[in-house]
Design a protein around this ligand. Sequence first.
Ligand code: B3K
Ligand code: ZN
Length: 877
Amino acid sequence: MREGTPKAIRLEDYRPPVYWVDRVALAFDLDADTTRVQARLEVRRNPASSDPNDLILNGEDLELQRIRLDGRPLEPARYRLEADRLILPGVPERFTLETEVLIHPAANARLEGLYLSEGMLCTQCEAEGFRRITYFPDRPDVMARYRVTLKADKTRYPVLLANGNLLDEGMLDDGRHFAVWEDPFPKPSYLFALVAGRLEKRTDTFTTMSGREVLLELYVESHDLDKCDHALDSLKRAMAWDERKYGREYDLDRYMIVAVSHFNMGAMENKGLNLFNSQCVLARPETATDDDFERVLAVVGHEYFHNWTGNRITLRDWFQLSLKEGLTVFREQQFCADEASKAVRRIEDVNLLRTRQFPEDEGPLAHPVRPDSYIEINNFYTMTVYEKGAEVVRMLCTLLGWERFRKGMDLYFERHDGQAVTCEDFLKAMEDANGVDLSQFLRWYTQAGTPRLEVACHYDAKARTFQLNINQWCPPTPGQPEKEPFLIPVTVVLLDPEGREIPLQLAGEAAPQGSERVLALSEAHHAFRFVNVERPPVLSILRDFSAPVKLMLDRPLDQWHFLWRHDTDPFNRWDAGQTLISQVLLAQIDRNAAVLDPHLVEGFAPLLQQPLADRAYTALLLQLPEEDYLAEQMDVIDVDGIHRVRETARRELAAALRDDWLSCYHAHHRPEEWADTSAAAIGRRRLKNTCLSYLASLDDPASHDLALQQYRTARCMSDQLAALRAIVCDAHPAKTETLADFYDRWRHEPLVIDKWFALQAADPSSGALERVRKLLAHPDFDLKNPNRVRAVLGVFARQNPVHFHARDGSGYQLLADWLLNLDRINPQVAARLAQPLTAWRRYDPQRARRMHQALERLRQADISKDLFEIVTKALEG
Ligand code: B3K
Ligand code: ZN
């Protein structure tokens, strides 16, 4: 058991900093075992603070060597050294503080602060990693100008990088070399970065809207030089897009990205020096799938967009995290939608929200987009802060319309450039730019939970009116039993029996005004009456998923079917299909029977015979709802029933439409396009591989041949992996040898080997637990590499529900065993991987008890505060 309960930090306790730090000079004597860090801080009392004048600096795992104030050594009586703080009572109004500490990068397995990855030294400071480098007021509202000197052995660390501009570089007397970097923009400590290593680079340039030339550099290990083009291209596209869409220009002369193998998350937006998980930046068609290519575009864009939303304007405190993350995810979504298929990107985003964020809102870890307390801030880089946060910004845009939203953004940039601000400041800019009152809208930031919209409608043929009644309510969440109504934009259209949009006229309006309306709900109950509706219409509601809510709308399957064929909104068209199929499958689970519903065949056949122009979108229309989406709709999750019914439907659809799948497959199989990553080629591959996955479920010689043939001839990873998946997940006779072949072929490409691990961890066929044990014992498994750990433990717990939730609790036990090992190495990743256990209340009593036992076991152990927070909230919440 850990000693004492870690303390919660509360938003209401926020105090402005007592001291500002205007300038920081850092000098690093870099070495993997022991690095010496000298810091010189120019400190000044904050006149706006009335707190006592102790200077409190954060510091963790630092060995203090020297401390000087205004050039004179400080006697021990004049400071107090605690486990995680350095306190200097009674300091002057303005002074210079110098410290010298030793740190040990090679021993730093948490991957926060300065650490070693494949021989390269690199940093991760967000959220609170800078305090593992030097003593500092490590909070986002203290913004300083940094000058950084790096000294290191030239053979081991030929490249020395830090934020900003390179001022000087050269040799030192002792054979080492040095580089001096300066960042002209004041920044919070979490955006500090340095890199030292044996790296090669690819470069490019971008000319900004005002005609400045920016140098773009992507640093990688030499064997990855062939995987850089896509990221550089993505960066240029992002830079141009932000200029076009938001009028935002890049501000330094150089933009650097470094690929790192050991990384806790996707990437990090350090000013002028982004660090990326190699997974999110390296890509070439032979080793990366189309999904990977899209991910690189998205993440490169995301980190770039942070330069304005996050860096130039930063956070007052960590509770405001969504101010930069939700907004930046929204910008990233807009960017990707503009660069490829809007419909596809929207569907993917909503899918992620509904399968991952909705369960978070329903569970013990539910928290508002702006949380009001935390034990470990790293636990709050959540789906709610990121994905729901993006939906909240999207709703603002929907309510205001793009023009007015953009005006609000302009004012936000103009008013707060160079500041550390709050979510209220953001909303205030939107209000002031547009003369609107958004006080009710703030509830989206402060109230947790997914609101429900109960919709009922009635067509009166005689009066020719269509009545629409909507109630909203939101279930209680931990610490929030009651909710006030939200301001919810609900986009609606009425379709006539031919699928055409009907002009909309509300009672009281003189004439129809367009055919699509954004209804703004502000009360618990609303009634809308549309007049002059000649024929019974079909309602298309919550178009483009206009709000992150659960729609409760009972209507005959035929109407969902009609929308699946005719809805003019691509998102709603897809969603109608998902609703229809979900209802069919869920009813089959209840009846414990599976008969292929004719609606499904009727819906799929025309799409296969005549795919829509957007092939990637067509592929989505042909997809069955995911298992976790079905799970989300059950009061008690029946993992076995869901898997059985969904697999049966997949097989029956494959059999019923076999010829159609096959001809659609051949019509879209163009092996010569393997290196083409245009949207059209990606669309064809997606559609073809969707066909393959249905056909593979037939488990007969013809489909076995098809999969094996594709595996053997595929030149791009998308096709190769799709074939391998068909072979692995559908009991192909050549499964073992093909897996071995794939491993041999790619053993020197860690990112591809991650896929090999992940595919097997997700394999639903029997014996999964043993297979996962084997993977964990494989010589290439490495508990110190988060990508590898996620590929096995993360994938098993999230993407193999039947075996992770084995009734005897063996899956839970295995996860708990490994979490205890992992927590001693990397608490941040351990806490994240523990999350699948937290939903224990959603399962039957036997499973719930076993999950609870696994959590209890973790709580009893000596665990990090990261894991402690997740586990205790899960047990108590
Ligand atoms: N801001 C970083 C996330 C840092 C996570 C720290 N635990 C990446 C991003 O959202 O862009
Ligand atoms: Zn971000």
